[in-house]
Design a protein around this ligand. Structure first.
Ligand code: GAP
Length: 511
């Protein structure tokens, strides 16, 4: 088994064991691609939301929030193009009866070629030692250049077929590449068909078609239809943004990789309304701003990269993903899209209501252009969890599992641990807990040996353990243990609040 699969499996089981993520409806054997967040999971999720909201809304005078409903008038989805164009190309293997996304089958094939390039690089690095220069190697080595040529040709064929809706071309490419079903091992494929990803439901008791509703596949449309309500009531001037965090639903053909691709998930989106013609300036601005936000969490700049789209969605004139290096490779974490005036114009046409802005600076009315940033909250959660998970060998021969979650996002900031359950230590520990818990999420724990309690807090990802012992009762000092360095120091109880506050200081992260 490949090492990354091993690690990923461990992350998934760790997430369950320590109350981060559970399979939905587990007692009924689960529901595919739906997950529940446990006590630590919900804290981490809230902290991610809060960090995003702080940076995007509270720190921008010209961005305000919204919480729109999941159910929307069905014409919304006609106007947005989701009824006609929110499709994935699917293909079935006739032998295994397994269903796949045709484009993902091709992308997986490309990933295999990329893995070969990586292998070549690793071998060359060993051979050349310190003199190895990867950049130079991949741009001059004949075998790698051939492989890259292959990748470019496949991408070109796939993008041309997908953007022109040529499904026969997609199937021909799968056959040309001799892609086999991972389950049956055969290349006995059906034709490629389009599959709409929206979940349909009904409102009220009537059976006529007018009451058909869809669960929203993106939160963005709630922002578009409220554009004028928000602009007028919050007295916003262009350029300005509207941000929202909320659930979205997609009937994904193949939902896999834990919470990476779910059928019910959460998005954090911001639509930024700009003057027509200025969208590319803002597109570049938000690409850079969002990358900076990711890097502020110090999870390794080398783990992020941009992927500019060639195959654009029906509403976009430019689009890029921020990809993160998950245990299963670089994959999309966030999208930044220049959506033109497509959505507002379409809602204007379908509703018959003007969605225009009078720009006092140029004395003109226009339909604004939109640049959006859209990140999946669950994917961000997986980013943090998978990056933080470490198995460490300690100097004393023991090992530990630790979640090195950025302190700002950690579910618990400190655990307060009386050394024993007697001599007034529990009472003192609870007094300390009381003084900290208003500002920081803390846990009081007195069960098990102190070593076991440290290990448990490491596994949860708690930045600090505060141990109350005999000395505490004498001179009001405690042992403060750092999760990452495991260094223990004696500090006075009065200093605890400011030490933790410094560690989770949001201003420092956002600086
Ligand atoms: N409003 C634009 C939009 O929805 P998208 O690229 O389809 O664009 C944005 O989705 C983000 O939502 C993605 O970058 C990803 O993080 C997240 N996302 C999309 N589908 C998802 C799924 N099935 N499960 C979890 N997250 C998903």
């Amino acid at each position: 088994m490949a090492n990354y699969e091993d690690i990923f499996k461990k992350v998934v089981s760790h997430a369950k064991e320590y109350g981060y993520v559970f399979q939905s409806s587990e007692i009924y054997d689960g529901l595919a691609a739906a997950y529940d967040y446990g006590p630590n999971g919900v804290e981490l999720k809230n902290n991610i939301k809060n960090y995003w909201w702080k940076s995007m809304v509270n720190m921008h005078e010209n961005i305000v929030g919204l919480d729109s409903s999941i159910f929307m008038h069905p014409t919304t989805w006609k106007a947005s193009g989701h009824i006609d164009a929110f499709n994935d190309p699917l293909v079935d293997n006739k032998d295994s009866k397994k269903r796949y996304r045709a484009d993902v089958l091709i992308e997986d094939h490309i990933a295999k070629i990329e893995a070969k390039i990586d292998k070549d690089c690793v071998k060359a690095a060993k051979r050349f030692g310190d003199a190895f220069n990867r950049e130079e190697f991949v741009t001059t080595n004949g075998r790698i250049l051939d492989r890259q040529k292959q990748i470019d040709a496949i991408n070109e064929k796939m993008n041309t077929s997908l953007s022109s809706g040529d499904l026969e071309g997609v199937k021909a490419l799968i056959e040309e590449l001799d892609i086999k079903c991972p389950v049956s091992g055969t290349n006995n494929w059906t034709d490629v068909r389009q599959f709409n990803l929206m979940f349909k439901t009904q409102m009220g008791a009537t059976a006529d078609g007018a009451s058909d509703l869809y669960l929203r596949p993106e939160t963005a449309q709630g922002i578009f239809v409220n554009f004028l309500n928000v602009q007028k009531t919050a007295r916003m001037k262009i350029p300005f943004g509207i941000a929202q965090i909320g659930k979205a639903f997609r009937n994904e053909i193949v939902a896999r990789q834990f919470i990476f691709r779910m059928r019910e998930f959460e998005q954090m989106e911001m639509q930024f309304f700009v003057r027509p013609g200025e969208e590319m300036k803002w597109y570049d601005y938000w690409k850079e701003f969002r990358m900076k936000w990711h890097n502020s969490l110090a999870m390794g700049e080398e783990n992020y990269r941009f992927h500019d789209h060639e195959n654009l969605a029906h509403y976009a004139n430019a689009a890029a993903d921020i990809e993160f290096k998950f245990p299963f490779g670089f994959k999309e974490l966030e999208g930044i899209h220049s959506r033109t005036d497509f959505d507002l114009k379409a809602h204007q046409e379908h509703s018959g209501k003007k969605l225009q802005y009078f720009d006092p600076e140029i004395g003109e009315s226009y339909v604004p252009y939109v640049v959006e940033t859209s990140i999946g909250l669950d994917r961000m959660f997986l980013t943090v969890l998978s990056h933080s998970f470490r198995e460490e060998q300690l100097e004393n021969g023991e090992s530990r599992v630790v979640l090195k979650i950025p302190a700002l996002l950690a579910p618990l900031k400190a655990a307060i641990l009386p050394l024993t359950k007697k001599d007034g230590m529990p009472e003192k520990a609870r007094e300390i807990m009381k003084s900290l818990q208003v500002d920081f999420n803390c846990q009081y724990e007195e069960k098990d040996s102190i070593g076991k309690r440290y290990r448990r807090q490491d596994a949860i990802g708690t930045p600090y353990c505060i141990t109350v012992d005999h000395q505490t009762l004498e001179n009001n000092t405690v042992t403060l243990r750092d999760r990452d360095t495991m260094i223990q120091e004696r500090v006075s109880v009065e200093k605890l609040h400011s030490i933790i506050a410094e560690k989770v200081n949001i201003a420092k992260y956002l600086a």
